[in-house]
Structures are given as C-alpha cells and as structure tokens.
Design a protein around this ligand. Structure first.
Ligand code: NAP
Ligand code: GCO
Length: 263
C-alpha cells in the first residue's frame, strides 16, 4: 500500500457539489477514499450525486448547512451509521462577499465569518471525537491567499480566512497528541464559479482588469484550476503527511513569492 493510498478511508468534503470541493473529493476517490459530501439544499446534493456518478464515484450526499450545529451533528452521526467514522475532513464550504468595508453591513460581515470560520469549527468539532477514539485523523481546512494578504472589498473574507489559518494551527496544537493532523490548503486564484465575476470578459472583448492583474501577479501566468489542488489534497489526506501538522500548503502558482510582472 503506497503512502498516498486512501483505500478504506471515509472522506467528508463540505460544500462539494461543484468547484474546488468537487475536484478534491473526486481526487480523494481516485486514491481510494469513500466520499461523503454535503451541500446547502437537496437540489444541489442531487446535482452533486449525479456529477460524481458521471465520474463513476458512488458519493453519498447530505443536506447540511455547516453553520447549523444540530444539522452538522446529525449529519456526522448519520454518516457514521451509514458509511463509517470519518477519517478525512475537508472543510471546503465557503462564500465571499465583495463589498467595500465602509459600505458592508454587520449582517453581511457576520454571514461570511459564520460560514467560512464558524462552519469549519463546528464540523471539525463534530468529527474530532471519533478521530480521537480511532487514534488518527486528517483535517484539511481550505484557506486562501487572503489568509496572508488583504485587498479592497474582501475584509470579511480575509478576516475569516486569516482566522481559519490560526484555527488550523490550534487544532494541530491541541490534537496532534491523538495522531490527528490538521493542515490548511491555500489555493491561489482558481477558476471556479466563486471567481467568475473577476474573469468576466469586458464589453470590448478584453480581459477583466482583475484577470489581467492576476496573470501579472502569477509566475505561472495563469489562473489555477480546481484540479491543481488534487495532488496537494491527496498528500495532506494521506499517511505521506503524518508528520506535517499546522502547515498551510499554498497552491498558488507562486503568487505569494512574486512581486509581479512589470507592466
Ligand atoms: P464555490 O464554487 O462558491 O463553492 C462553494 C460551495 O460551498 C458551494 O457548493 C456552496 O453552495 C457551498 N456552501 C456555501 N455555503 C454553505 C453552507 N453554509 N453550508 C454548506 N455548503 C455551503 O467556491 P469555490 O471557488 O469552489 O471555493 C471552495 C472553497 O475554496 C471556499 O472555502 C473558498 O473560500 C475557497 N477558495 C477559493 C478560491 C478560488 O479562487 N476559487 C481560492 C482560495 C480559496 P451554494 O452553491 O449554495 O453556494
Ligand atoms: C477575491 C477572490 C479570492 C479568491 C481566493 C484567493 O475576490 O480576491 O475571490 O479571495 O477566492 O480566496 O486565494
């Protein structure tokens, strides 16, 4: 059995009907894991199940809002009954609201923090007890460039993802003694529905200014794809990373290392 083999492992990926979560779950499945996922409503869950089936992946889907502790605890109990104890948790579900901070309502700010930071706390708290009993577990929190950097209009998201970086380090600190590894995956700018507004073609057919900006800021001179995250996720989900803990693995094409191409 190679160090990267996930055969027999149960992996929960939150918010994994499409986008980064779907790609990561599909990659974990190709490495042998049994996939369970949740999304916010039955229509999305059904869409996800069909999409996994198209890839010959028998994923089980659950309707669950990651901010609702009762729903999360019920989902985890149902998974443990129907599939087995969760070995790998990928806290992927997340939203972003791009609003200048001085125009952002407290309610909007709270909603982003609730989903992007409280959600990962609630789901990790629900799965840790069975990982402690098993004497092993893997938690992967999907962080962001905004775990390290700020930019205009994303104050709530940056606060949440910065907090998620430190929650990752604290879970690693508190539960490493139970052979539970908690690490972050920090995607760069990835072409998914969440970033579609940043890549929209302009009326004159030119690239969106932010699209051009990211290309200039990325040594790889391209946006990432969700598939670029699969290998790093399999690494963090597997025995190959058993002595990696509290680390944020940035998969950003080099953005964080690069001052940017001279215009
Ligand atoms: P996405 O396409 O918007 O997908 C996010 C998923 O999370 C959707 O299925 C969404 O469902 C679900 N979700 C939202 N709120 C939820 C809740 N309360 N409970 C359960 N599920 C919920 O986003 P993505 O681009 O794939 O990003 C996935 C993760 O990567 C997020 O944490 C994001 O912050 C992070 N990330 C993205 C990028 C990027 O460039 N795309 C880069 C770095 C980090 P709905 O369809 O109902 O919204
Ligand atoms: C934005 C983008 C980013 C990406 C990602 C970068 O508006 O700046 O949405 O936040 O989603 O988090 O790593």
């Amino acid at each position: 059995m190679t160090q990267f083999d996930l055969t027999g492992k149960v992996a929960l990926v939150t918010g994994a009907t499409y986008g980064i979560g779907f790609a990561i779950a599909s990659g974990l499945a190709q490495s042998g894991a049994k996939i369970v996922f949740n999304d916010i409503n039955q229509e999305l869950v059904n869409k996800g199940i069909a999409a996994y089936k198209e890839k010959n992946i028998e994923a089980k889907g659950y309707v669950c809002d990651v901010t609702n502790e009762d729903q999360v605890n019920a989902m985890v109990a149902q998974i443990e009954k129907e599939v087995g104890a969760i070995d790998i948790l990928v806290n992927n579900a997340g939203i972003i609201k791009r609003i200048p901070m001085h125009e952002m309502s407290a309610a909007d700010f709270r909603q982003v923090i609730d989903i992007d930071l409280n959600g990962p706390f609630i789901v990790a708290k629900a799965v840790i007890p069975s990982m402690m009993k098993k004497g092993k577990g893997k938690i992967i929190n999907i962080c962001s460039m905004m775990s390290e950097l700020g930019r205009e209009t994303v104050s709530a998201y940056a606060a949440a993802k910065g907090g998620l970086k430190m929650l990752t380090r604290n879970i690693a600190s508190e539960y490493g003694q139970y052979n539970i590894q908690c690490n972050g995956l920090g995607p760069g700018y990835i072409a998914t529905p969440q970033t579609a507004p940043l890549r929209e073609k302009q009326a004159d057919g030119s690239r969106h200014p932010f699209d051009q900006f990211i290309i200039a800021k990325t040594p790889a001179a391209r946006w990432g794809t969700a598939e670029d995250l699969v290998g790093p996720a399999v690494f963090l989900a597997s025995e190959a990373s058993d002595f990696v803990n509290g680390h944020i693995l940035y998969v950003d094409g080099g953005i964080l290392a690069y001052i940017g191409k001279q215009p």
